[in-house]
Unconditional design. Structure first.
Length: 180
């Protein structure tokens, strides 16, 4: 997604091999101010202009303390939208924690718009079934059974009668959101 999200790694080079455990991304918001009781640190973190301006408005000691607390949690990486310049403390503390900093030229809303579908696709529960699948008047019909029993032939007969073949032999099912 580097090109799509227009990413560049900034700051102290860190490994990009951290595991992403969820399809969610979050802005740190109140966590930077010290409210950490509901901090979803397992999510990808996105700093928009609000977070950077907030950090810049803090006195240096307070900024350092807040960032030390923030990067005390394990997180996959931090994205910074809108090609913003980063406070030196952010770069230093993230590097010490081994958290990659990735900057994008995209505005925050556009960054989320491009990131979310990719994450939903990657984390969609998936299963593979053996059989044949046809669309009969808008209803899916799945034929399954032992190899050589005639599943494909049944579906081909339906196709000859004007119905549509969806898949033959191998069917990959994904669940996106609440839909199947």
């Amino acid at each position: 997604m580097g090109e799509t999200l227009e990413l560049e790694q900034v700051g102290i080079p860190c490994s990009l091999e951290r595991e992403i455990e969820t399809a969610e991304a979050a802005s740190p918001g109140l966590v930077l101010a010290g409210f950490v009781s509901r901090f979803p640190s397992e999510r990808l973190q996105v700093f928009g202009e609000t977070e950077i301006r907030y950090l810049e408005a803090l006195p240096a000691e307070q900024r350092r303390a807040n960032l030390e607390r923030y990067f005390g949690y394990a997180m996959p990486c931090v994205f910074v939208a809108k090609s913003q310049d980063l406070p030196q403390e952010l770069v230093e503390i993230a590097g010490r924690a081994g958290v990659p900093l990735l900057r994008s030229r995209l505005k925050t809303a556009e960054f989320y718009r491009r990131l979310k579908p990719f994450l939903q696709e990657e984390f969609a529960p998936t299963t593979t079934l053996h059989g044949s699948f046809a669309d009969i008047y808008g209803v899916g019909l799945f034929f399954t059974g032992p190899s050589g029993i005639g599943k494909s032939e049944c579906v081909l007969d339906l196709v000859e009668r004007g119905h549509r073949l969806v898949a033959d032999d191998l069917l990959i099912l994904k669940r996106r959101g609440a839909d199947i």
